[in-house]
Design a protein around this ligand. Structure first.
Ligand SMILES: Nc1ncnc2c1ncn2[C@@H]1O[C@H](COP(=O)(O)OP(=O)(O)OP(=O)(O)O)[C@@H](O)[C@H]1O
Length: 238
């Protein structure tokens, strides 16, 4: 493992069932980096994110995330790995039967927080960070898509993770709302968090430009190291 990397994959294979999605994956991400994952539908972006979150087993090679060896991680260690990761999905995934506050307190209690005052303080801090402190008592269905995604980002930040894994976080949002969301990710990144984000959004990718990796033909590649020019627009087509 590269000692300085927060994510380090060397020669790993990622499968869905018995289908190889990405083979011989090599990836080094440094703390504080912002890295995009692009690629056509079904090219393996979500599978890679799931593998980093220990939802999908990795095979062969070496794999380290936030100090955890994914090739040897035990089931009982997975919750500790996940506390170092904040995950944001395209489809929000808030619990629909409780308000925003209770969605967040549910996560804190499930991850070992006991003191009521500390829980309330933390919820307020993360909701303030995403500009949603005034919506603590709203039910998810009372919020717009952009507002729901802000809450999801707040939820991802609760345990002060080192890494944010975002799987097409703006996929269901209009361009203006998407840009506001990206601004929040930018602030989070500037505060030191590492971000790995899968996206299809070519405009945002240009506006918030950063290192970009490509999933295609069962491989993860870094176009900055490629000898031939890569057509990003073509890769981002649905
Ligand atoms: N739960 C699953 N069981 C079996 N195959 C799966 C499963 N999830 C994904 N796959 C397959 O694995 C491959 C990679 O899918 P993945 O979701 O990682 O791609 P993606 O690049 O994230 O696509 P999208 O842009 O649509 O989200 C696809 O061929 C997909 O059909």
């Amino acid at each position: 493992m590269d000692q300085t990397s927060i994510i380090s994959l060397k020669g790993v294979d990622i499968f869905q069932q018995d289908h190889l999605v990405l083979g011989n994956v090599n990836l080094e991400i440094q703390p504080g980096e912002w890295v995009y994952l692009i690629g056509k539908v079904g090219s393996g972006k979500s599978s890679l994110i799931k593998a980093l979150n220990a939802e999908l087993e990795l095979y062969g090679g070496e794999a380290w995330v936030a100090g955890y060896n994914l090739r040897k991680i035990k089931q009982k260690e997975v919750p500790f790995l996940r506390r170092k990761l904040g995950v944001v999905f395209q489809d929000f995934r808030l619990l629909t039967d409780r308000n925003v506050h209770d969605n967040l307190s549910f996560v804190l209690k499930a991850t070992g927080w006991k003191q009521g005052v500390a829980i309330e303080d933390r919820i307020f801090q993360v909701m303030e960070k995403v500009g949603m402190a005034h919506k603590l008592r709203s039910m998810p269905h009372e919020l717009s898509g952009g507002e729901q995604q802000r809450v999801v980002i707040a939820r991802a930040l609760l345990n002060n993770p080192e890494i944010i894994l975002a799987d097409e976080p703006t996929g269901n949002l209009d361009p203006e709302t998407s840009e506001e969301l990206m601004q929040i990710f930018k602030e989070i990144n500037e505060q030191g968090k590492t971000i790995l984000m899968a996206t299809h959004d070519y405009i945002l990718l240009n506006k918030f430009a950063s290192r970009t990796l490509v999933c295609a033909d069962q491989k993860l590649t870094d176009p900055s190291k490629a000898t031939e020019e890569v057509d990003f627009a073509e890769l981002l087509e649905e």
